[in-house]
Design a protein around this ligand. Structure first.
Ligand SMILES: *Cc1c(COP(=O)(O)O)cnc(C)c1O
Length: 462
């Protein structure tokens, strides 16, 4: 399988090259040149299989030129062995025809572990074979950073630096980033907000001397390998409620559009998905866009669902690429217009987006109300992001198509909001109950590209 850039001007790469690079050199995002399709019978045969086996069958066509079958089977097995639930992604019923897909049983309690644990193993195998090493730098509003540190800590072919906004992540998120003792992981508390961290990261990628000098690699959701890993649970969940013999819909709490874009690829692969519903908080650029108001940046307003406090949704570029008929130069032009505030989506592209996507927006009060209501009526405590999904999923649920809402984090990762809504304190799972006793290790650093690059150069292993 070859990988191409959404902006049409970067070289075609193999899966392994696209994964090790992250961002394309034309500023675009990598996608497979063709989307593989699974037949009705192949999908039906997934029902009841272990998660790892489904993962292997769904992802294999995307990676086959870069790994042997046995290598990839071993990678998948190692990726998910540390999960705290045998089903990996268990599903539970919320209401008539409404199900909750629990994606928070990984080591850092958010769905990002599904992709990051896999990517850690993929990097390690690929780099060993090349006898090479890379420097991973990531920007995080909390969950990506902890998942990346957990996935790469102790691997000898990588150094990991995570930039997070000082004082703006939850205590659990911070401790998950600052307590691992491995010498190849480095938490950097930047004096700035998440957008500053993301901008600094982009600047490092555009500084080609630095980029090539430290062999910079990115693991934010612009990396296609992350999207790939997330396709799997759409299949495992859908077959468990009757696909491919019936249609299913999904509601996805969305920030950077990575998770729901994986659902779009699952649909294009042949999974009979009826609707893909984007659920946003008050930072609703995606909801406004899908409602026909164009894609225009606003100011990010901090919310109780901080992992979705995003105004520029990087993976939406991938959806636009298909909506615009795989026209890379059209996408490049839109992204240029975005620099000066935003753009209107053409009528044809809007129709293409509406064939797959719906959307809803949830206020802070509605989020708290949904946490409370969910505890009282069915499914126990849920995190604020998951609550946003549940509210939008209820609004879009129909009598004939099962709705599956993605629960993206464990409630204990956001204890303040959960306790405020429900009056109950969500306990950490016992396997990490000593998190508050472990010593922390972090470097506070100015929001300054030179300072960040110097720090990174000075701390990579030779
Ligand atoms: C990252 C994250 C999201 C948003 O996912 P995207 O792929 O960026 O759309 C939602 N909820 C939680 C808990 C997250 O960590």
């Amino acid at each position: 399988m070859k990988y191409i850039s959404t902006r049409g001007q970067a070289p075609e790469l193999t899966f392994e090259e696209a994964m090790l690079t992250g961002l394309a050199r034309d500023g675009g995002l990598y996608l497979p040149a063709e989307i593989p399709v699974m037949s009705h019978d192949e999908i039906a045969a997934l029902a009841g299989l272990p998660y790892e086996e489904i993962a292997f069958r769904v992802m294999w066509p995307y990676v086959s030129g870069s790994f042997t079958e046995q290598e990839f089977k071993d990678i998948v097995a190692r990726a998910y062995e540390g999960f705290g639930h045998d089903a990996r992604a268990p599903i539970k019923q919320l209401n008539e025809n409404h199900f909750l897909l629990e994606l928070f049983h990984g080591p850092t309690l958010a769905f990002k572990d599904f992709a990051m644990q896999l990517i850690g193993q993929l990097f390690q195998v690929a780099l060993k074979r090349r006898n090479d090493r890379v420097t991973i730098v990531g920007a995080t509003s909390g969950d990506t950073g902890s998942a990346a540190i957990e996935a790469f800590r102790g691997l000898d072919a990588v150094d990991v630096f995570i930039l997070y906004p000082h004082g703006r992540v939850s205590e659990v998120q911070r401790r998950q980033m600052t307590t691992p003792a491995d010498s190849n992981v480095h938490a950097l508390a930047v004096d700035g907000d998440f957008d500053d961290c993301q901008a600094a990261l982009k600047d490092m990628f555009n500084d080609f001397d630095f980029r090539d000098g430290v062999k910079l690699a990115g693991v934010n959701s612009i990396n296609f390998a992350r999207v790939l890993a997330q396709i799997v649970y759409y299949f495992s969940a859908a077959v468990s409620v009757g696909a491919p013999h019936r249609k299913v819909s999904f509601t996805v709490p969305t920030g950077n559009f990575g998770d729901i874009f994986a659902g779009y690829l699952a649909k294009r692969m042949g999974l009979p998905i009826d609707r893909l519903v984007v659920a946003t908080n008050q930072n609703d650029i995606l909801h406004r866009c899908l409602s026909g108001e164009g894609y225009f940046k606003g100011d990010t307003i901090p919310s109780i669902s901080p992992s979705m406090d995003i105004q520029v949704s990087s993976n939406f570029e991938r959806a636009l690429y298909y909506a615009y008929g795989e026209d890379g130069s059209a996408v490049a032009q839109l992204m240029d217009e975005l620099k000066s505030g935003g753009f209107n989506v053409s009528q044809g592209a809007m129709e293409a987006l509406r064939e797959s996507f719906d959307s809803g927006r949830v206020s802070e009060d509605e989020t708290l109300e949904t946490i409370k209501h969910t505890l009282a009526h069915s499914a126990g405590l849920v995190c604020p992001h998951s609550a946003i999904g549940i509210k939008v999923g209820e609004d879009h649920r129909t009598a004939d198509v099962p709705m599956i809402t993605l629960a993206t984090a464990h409630p204990a990762k956001f204890p303040a909001a959960v306790e405020k809504a429900s009056g109950e304190h969500p306990p950490l799972p016992s396997r990490m109950s000593d998190l508050y006793e472990r010593p922390e290790r972090v470097t506070r650093i100015a929001n300054d590209l030179g300072a960040l690059e110097d720090h990174i150069k000075g701390h990579i292993a030779e």
